[in-house]
Structures are given as structure tokens and as C-alpha cells.
Design a protein around this ligand. Structure first.
Ligand code: AMP
Length: 188
């Protein structure tokens, strides 16, 4: 199996690049943000628990994400691999993912981190707010999401550097240029 993780602050282009990578390498795209937004929309038990937390830009509890991870793996037994977009976001989630991968006798091949400066992601998210009307794309929540990324998620970069899996990519430029630099590294 070829399993990838895509990291980056909110607004770094993770979603866009994940879709392209999934298509090229024929991987199942798993965006936990998209999964959670669908749960909220359908007012499921999980969605009801997650809604207010997401609107504040905080992280949904690890146990709910681990529940999502298990059902994704359970329902996609025949795929060539996964690209995880927005997951894991905490050390606990990364540990759960490792444990599950080990149990299935597979592993994470690479972890891609998209580097984009704060001012740039803030500008992009405010622009997205005008187009998409995502409840968490407003100035206050954006700042909160950025600090959550720095405090809770970026320590994972160290975790994967230690496993020699991290690929850093400059996330500024055209979508295609960024995509090409990702593919170049993955194909090496
Ligand atoms: P995203 O679309 O990846 O920016 O995610 C939107 C929101 O969903 C985040 O701000 C969190 O509230 C929640 N979320 C998505 N993925 C996770 C995760 N792996 N752990 C906790 N919360 C998550």
C-alpha cells in the first residue's frame, strides 16, 4: 500500500493538492474536515458533537477522529492506499494511526508538509470566506485555527522527521508548480 499524509496550516492548499495526488496515484482521499462537515450537515450524533467545536476552530476530540479512522479503513479494504488530508492533527491521533497501520501490516510511506507563511494563509482564507461561506473562515476563528495548528499539530512534524518520512514543500506559487514539486519528491 502507498499511504501518504498531507500536512499544512489551514489555507495552505492541502485539500486542493490532496485531490490531485489522489487522482494521480489512485489513492483514496480522506479529508477528516470534509467527513466532519458532512456529519454536521446530516445532523448525526457525531456531527452534533463536532459542530460547535468546529465553528470555534478547535480540534474535535481524538476519540471521535479515531472512530472516523476505523470506519474509513473498514469501508475501504481494497484501495491501493490513502492520502490523509487534515489527519492526524495530534500526537494521540498519529499514535492511533500507527497502531492501526501496524495491525494491517502496512505503513505510512511519506508525509508531505506544505509551508506557507501566516500572512499568506490568512489572506487566502479571508478570500475563501467570500466564496465558500465556511462557518470557520472568519478572522477570529482563522487566528484560532492557526494557533491550534502551531501548538497541537506542528509537533507532529518532528514525530515524522524522526521516522525519516517528512518531505517539506514550499506551498507558494501556482497549483500546478506546487503539485509538480510534490510529485518530483514522491517519485524519487
Ligand atoms: P479542515 O477542513 O481540515 O480545515 O478541518 C475543519 C475543522 O474540522 C477543524 O478546524 C477541526 O475543528 C475539525 N477537524 C478536522 N480534522 C480534524 C482532526 N484530525 N482532529 C480534530 N479536529 C479535526
Amino acid at each position: 500500500m502507498f499511504n501518504l499524509i498531507l500536512f499544512g496550516p489551514p489555507g495552505s492548499g492541502k485539500g486542493t493538492q490532496s485531490v490531485k495526488i489522489a487522482e494521480k496515484y489512485q489513492l483514496k482521499h480522506v479529508s477528516t474536515g470534509d467527513i466532519l462537515r458532512a456529519e454536521v450537515k446530516n445532523e448525526t450524533e457525531l456531527g452534533i458533537k463536532a459542530r460547535d467545536i468546529m465553528e470555534r476552530g478547535e480540534l474535535v476530540p481524538d476519540e471521535l477522529l479515531i472512530q472516523i479512522l476505523h470506519s474509513v479503513m473498514e469501508n475501504n479494504k481494497d484501495v491501493k492506499g490513502f492520502i490523509f488530508d487534515g489527519f492526524p492533527r495530534t500526537i494521540v491521533q498519529a499514535g492511533a494511526l500507527d497502531k492501526l497501520m501496524t495491525k494491517l501490516n502496512v505503513g505510512i510511506s511519506n508525509v508531505i508538509s506544505l509551508d506557507v507563511a501566516d500572512e499568506e494563509v490568512i489572506a487566502r482564507l479571508l478570500k475563501r470566506a467570500e466564496i465558500e461561506s465556511r462557518k470557520d473562515d472568519n478572522k477570529e476563528t482563522i487566528n484560532n485555527r492557526l494557533s491550534v495548528y502551531k501548538n497541537q499539530t506542528s509537533p507532529l512534524l518532528d514525530y515524522y522527521t524522526k521516522q525519516d518520512k517528512l518531505i517539506k514543500i514550499v506551498g507558494v506559487g501556482s497549483i500546478d508548480d506546487i503539485f509538480n514539486s510534490i510529485c518530483e519528491k514522491l517519485d524519487k
